[in-house]
Design a protein around this ligand. Sequence first.
Ligand SMILES: Cc1cc2nc3c(=O)[nH]c(=O)nc-3n(C[C@H](O)[C@H](O)[C@H](O)COP(=O)(O)OP(=O)(O)OC[C@H]3O[C@@H](n4cnc5c(N)ncnc54)[C@H](O)[C@@H]3O)c2cc1C
Length: 604
Amino acid sequence: QPETSNALSRSYDYVIVGSGPAGLTLANRLTEDPQTQVLVLEAGEARLDDPLINIPGFLGSTVGNASYDWLFNTVPQAHANNNTFTWNRGKVLGGSTAINFMAWGRPASNEIDAIGALGNPGWTGENLFKYMRKAETFTHPDPAYAVENNLTFIPSAHGTSGPLHNSFSKFISDGQKPWLSALDALGVHKIEDALAGEDVGAWMAPAAIDGNTVTRSYAASAYFAPISDRSNLVVLTGAEVTRIVSGKDEENGVVTATEVEFSFGGQNRSVAIKSGAEVILSAGTIKTPQLLELSGIGNPDILESLGIETKVALLGVGEGIIDQVFFGVSYELNNDSIVTLDNLRDPTFTAEALAEYETNKTGIMTLGVTAFSLLPLQAIVGDANAASLIDAQAKKVAEGKYSTTQKEKWDVIIQGLREPTKRGYIELVAFPGFFTSASAPQSGKKYLTFTGNLHFPFSTGSIHISSTNPHVQPNIDPHYYEQDFDLQVMVGVLKFLRKLGNTGGFKDLFAAETDPGAAVQTDEEIMDYIKNHGGPEYHTVGSAAMLPREKGGVVSPELKVYGTSNIRVVDFSVLPLQISAHPMSTLYGIAEKAADIIRGIVTV
Ligand SMILES: Cc1cc2nc3c(=O)[nH]c(=O)nc-3n(C[C@H](O)[C@H](O)[C@H](O)COP(=O)(O)OP(=O)(O)OC[C@H]3O[C@@H](n4cnc5c(N)ncnc54)[C@H](O)[C@@H]3O)c2cc1C
């Protein structure tokens, strides 16, 4: 942590807001040139030595803890029984990669091609995969362990020298082991490697765990710690950016950032943006649109109702957000000797597990989630039901009074739904422990939870400021289940998960379904369960979408905010469409690509 006054008396070529996977990737790559001066402003604190972050088995333990988590909330959701939902996000050096579940995945290549086809030249699956590989080093598993656990991979799909390390979990619970065979019995077949460009099927996934140190590999440990002594990089933690100050060229109307304001130690501070320098917003899907609006970039109606002068009228800021949702079905295991995360509710067990981890780097404290699958809708509800659901939704989209851009985005989902071998739609995961919320786990019992994750919801919402106070969170309104299609699909998913729980090795392992439990049977009861006990998957996109300006875009394919000369957005808010995978790998790839665009190594 540098002396603040020293840090602020220097002049910078890039001021990066937020130290998540995008912010720190950029900071690392841009400071490879010793002449380039970079400042990162991060609202959270650095916790590089924190065992709750670093030890994989503690996954989930910091979620909900205000020392690590922004703890945002949605507004009441009209189509989800008026419930509000907590949106957890990392407020710490490394952003959400410090608190996340470490699942390492990639979308199908054709999903990125579809984003390019919306009007973003240069954004293709092939090109972005190159950057995703650049970001990572994949440690091969021990061959015998790989055979025993069906851990397969295609070497060419993985990076060999990037900062972010990933590997297969060294611990797989016996509760998860029937995964591939039970899904196979239901017609969902194993694929060799879901990171190689096609991801429909079932697989055992790697996690963002360093294969050598067996610790979480995340933005701060991977992209910051190894280069923290670069004299041309300053990272200021506990610095919450509140606004970008800008000037406007009267002749061409282009806006140029001149200053970034932030609060630090209870005081208002600012850093000047010198001529030719840039501000890069990497504050994540919630805070990035908030900062744009507070800085006068957004919908004039919203800005002016709060007395904010409009610098750039961009109607797309905070619009078109898409949030993936999930719910769980939990089962009590009939064999108490199976080790799951439930064991960690027992302090004696945890102490022993930690000792084993410290000594041997084995046992449950090395755990990553591992058992994944991605299914087309047809595999969930059958061909005929899928066809009639899709046809009805396609008709609704074609005939509805929606904007042309909205229809174009939804048409991409519909086309994907009609190509079940190319595009997955629902992710299923086997989580080794109790991971539902309708009831509480019982002491001494072990559980396995299946999650059903809707990766391409039609429901689309917004994030906008409701106050000029930067410390007041914006109104987050994802419009969960506004499109009834999403809910109908999720009902089918719950029924499918129950079928899975009654299949093969799982049937023999499960004593009883805990949540939702036998009392929940009719479609109405299932819908209520999903609305009351499902929740966000923490993967929101779209609040500063990369699209042509006339389509409601906020940033260009170079990730430059339209109407500005020196403000970019590089984070998950730029994606105009959802992807089928957990975001991290894609995000590191986007930031690696952005670094090359910014340095002029590639044009897009
Ligand atoms: C609980 C949870 C579990 C997840 N599990 C997985 C998983 O298993 N696999 C996976 O791939 N992805 C997972 N994700 C998602 C993944 O971590 C995020 O998609 C990704 O980190 C988003 O990156 P980002 O840079 O857009 O934002 P973030 O990672 O959220 O980073 C934004 C950073 O900006 C900072 N910031 C925000 N506002 C300001 C401000 N005004 N001033 C200064 N700093 C600011 C924040 O504190 C934060 O450090 C999970 C996320 C969560 C929350």
